[in-house]
Design a protein around this ligand. Structure first.
Ligand code: U5P
Length: 236
């Protein structure tokens, strides 16, 4: 499968066409960004780590009956995925209060929530990815109500599968962000990546942060902690 024309360059990945109109080539970049792109750095090896971690997670989800756009990993920083049109909603699921939930509602970071919460954010850099309700999504025509329900249920299902996978290797899945897309037939499919860039992962015993908060908050080397996650998930 050859890399064709560059279709899209995001903060962490580049997407290329292939000769197959249903399949795209994804290249993971060695860049880290936070706070809507205000903080940026090039971090050697990060693309490789996220490509490997995302691969392992999508494979584990598939083994548990959750399909995604993932087709296969091709190299250190490249993978093939099914082509979808991304729905501009970030679906965030939370088990423990942290990040913007702690900040916005005054929860103490680390407070266990009595049940998982699913939130929707409108993916729009100029608006700063605001929290958005089901009604906003419907009225703005971003997705149908049936699709919103599908995203909600899919997010909880992913949480049910991933939380115990992380728990058995001593990691707490605090929260995570998912993205979905529509394929050529209009089916909604889990897409993008699932990695320490898009999840909060805490060492269950020590509460050490093993995710992008290490970069956001200048807590040390992110490649060191991403490497720990990769090892724990069975990578090498
Ligand atoms: N998140 C992303 N991308 C974003 C915003 C948030 O992946 O643009 C992830 C964070 O890494 C965290 C979760 O795991 O969504 C909730 O983030 P926050 O709303 O607490 O900042």
């Amino acid at each position: 499968m050859n890399k064709g024309q560059l279709l899209y360059e995001g903060k962490a990945k580049r997407l290329y066409e292939t000769e197959n109109p249903e399949v795209l080539f994804v290249e993971y970049k060695d860049s880290a960004t936070a706070f809507n792109g205000e903080k940026k750095a090039d971090i050697a090896g990060k693309g490789n780590l996220n490509n490997q971690i995302t691969t392992l997670i999508f494979e584990k989800l598939q083994a548990n009956g959750i399909e995604s756009h993932f087709v296969k990993r091709l190299s250190d920083n490249e993978q093939l995925v099914r082509k979808v049109e991304i729905i501009p909603i970030e679906v965030v699921t939370r088990n423990i209060a942290a990040g913007s939930l702690a900040k916005r509602l005054g929860f103490e970071e680390g407070t266990a929530l009595k049940r998982p919460i699913v939130e929707f954010y409108y993916k729009d850099d100029t608006l700063g990815d605001p929290l958005i309700t089901t009604e906003h999504i419907d009225v703005l025509g971003i997705a149908t109500l049936a699709e919103v329900e599908e995203l909600y249920n899919a997010a909880l299902h992913v949480n049910e599968v991933l939380s115990p996978i992380f728990a058995t290797v001593g990691v707490t899945l605090v929260d995570f962000k998912l993205e979905f897309g529509r394929d050529n037939h209009g089916n909604v499919l889990l897409a993008d990546e699932i990695s320490p860039d898009t999840c909060r992962l805490w060492d269950t015993k020590t509460n050490q942060k093993l995710d992008k908060d290490v970069f956001r908050r200048d807590l040390g080397s992110i490649t060191e902690v991403y490497e720990i996650i990769l090892q724990k998930l069975g990578g090498n």
